[in-house]
Design a protein around this ligand. Structure first.
Ligand code: PBG
Length: 332
């Protein structure tokens, strides 16, 4: 157990969506177990990202849609930590803030969800012309690459909103792709028609997907130590590696990047992080993939490994794909 903090009450900031509140409870419950004498209070806030559900995510100009307002509260000392979906935390956060040690990651895969009433199917057996709802450039590009028989129509909103849009009788959608973690946390696992990964459906997930990002003030050693006590080292290291890959590649744009990380036993008995990554052009016609095993045993080596993977992708041609995307954004 870490040294007892002098402070007795901690305030946690969160978005006010059902999933965000549920995720915050997961963290607070663990903290209460580890620190039964302290009080944890929740301060929830509807962010700009929650309020605007019509514009495609990638068309926003401010990047910190989900995080900025909560970070202001953190910096001002009005909250002591923020619970985010790690996937929604930009790779660059304010200098006064830092991500703490991460709790064990939930299921990191994407899943296919069929419109209510349709039989369970896989991406491969969907009829030509079937419509997939997603606003993710990563999902769109990977679908175009492997499933050119499918059509993508933009869809935004929180999970409940997306399911409602899918299921509406007059909806144009056949199915949607969502993160397993959110659905499972909301107890909607019965909607899952296919789990997707490199072996199943060939779809890689988003950096940080399925993990929670707990943001603290950079100088807050007490909070950092408390989070270490409920943290999971493998999750923290793999997520730091994934995030550093994204940070290096994105250069200010949301990269059509899919990843998959897994801990494997090397032949010499040592533990390695196996990192698969793919960059796909938006129309799916070009792609670059790598798979590398790396020795990762500290935050520093995790970030260095993320950089190694980024360089390998760029060496294999990912740079050209990313530049083309940047160019098309400028002219749009
Ligand atoms: N971009 C929205 C978002 N941010 C976090 C999750 C839930 C899954 C997670 O925690 O990774 C989702 C929904 C989704 O992509 O289906």
């Amino acid at each position: 157990m870490a040294s007892a903090p002098a402070q007795k009450t901690f305030t946690v900031g969160t978005r006010s969506s059902k999933l965000a509140l549920l995720q915050t409870d997961l963290v607070v419950n663990e903290l209460r177990k580890a620190y039964p004498d302290y009080k944890f209070e929740v301060l929830s806030k509807e962010t700009a990202g929650d309020k605007n559900t019509t514009i495609a995510f990638r068309e926003f100009t401010t990047k910190n849609l989900w995080t900025e307002e909560l970070e202001e509260l953190l910096i001002a000392g009005k909250v002591d930590f923020i619970v985010h979906s790690l996937k929604d935390v930009p790779t660059l956060i304010p200098a006064e803030c830092a991500l703490g040690p991460m709790m064990k990651r939930a299921d990191r895969r994407d899943v296919l969800v069929m419109k209510k009433g349709l039989p369970a199917q896989t991406l491969a057996d969907l009829a030509p012309g079937s419509v997939v709802g997603t606003s993710s450039i990563r999902r769109t590009a990977q679908l175009a690459r492997q499933y050119s028989h499918l059509k993508v129509i933009n869809m935004r909103g929180n999970i409940g909103t997306r399911l409602a849009k899918l299921d509406a009788e007059d909806s144009p959608y056949t199915c949607i792709i969502l993160a397993a973690a959110g659905l499972l946390r909301l107890d909607l696992g019965d909607r899952i028609s296919q789990y997707l990964d490199s072996e199943n459906g060939g779809m890689l997930y988003a950096v940080g997907q399925g993990a929670l990002g707990i943001e603290i003030r950079k100088d807050d050693k007490v909070m950092y130590d408390m989070l270490s006590n409920i943290g999971d080292e493998e999750t923290t290291l793999e997520c730091l590696a994934e995030r550093n890959l994204l940070r290096i590649l994105e250069g200010g744009c949301s990269a059509p990047l899919g990843v998959e990380t897994e801990w494997v036993q090397a032949s010499d008995g040592s533990k390695k992080l196996r990192f698969k990554a793919i960059i796909v052009s938006v129309d799916g016609t070009e792609s670059t993939e790598v798979e590398i095993d790396g020795a990762v045993d500290s935050p520093k080596s995790a970030e260095a490994f993320g950089e190694t993977v980024a360089k390998a992708l760029v060496a294999d041609g990912a740079g050209k794909i990313l530049e083309a995307i940047q160019e098309s954004k400028k002219s749009a």
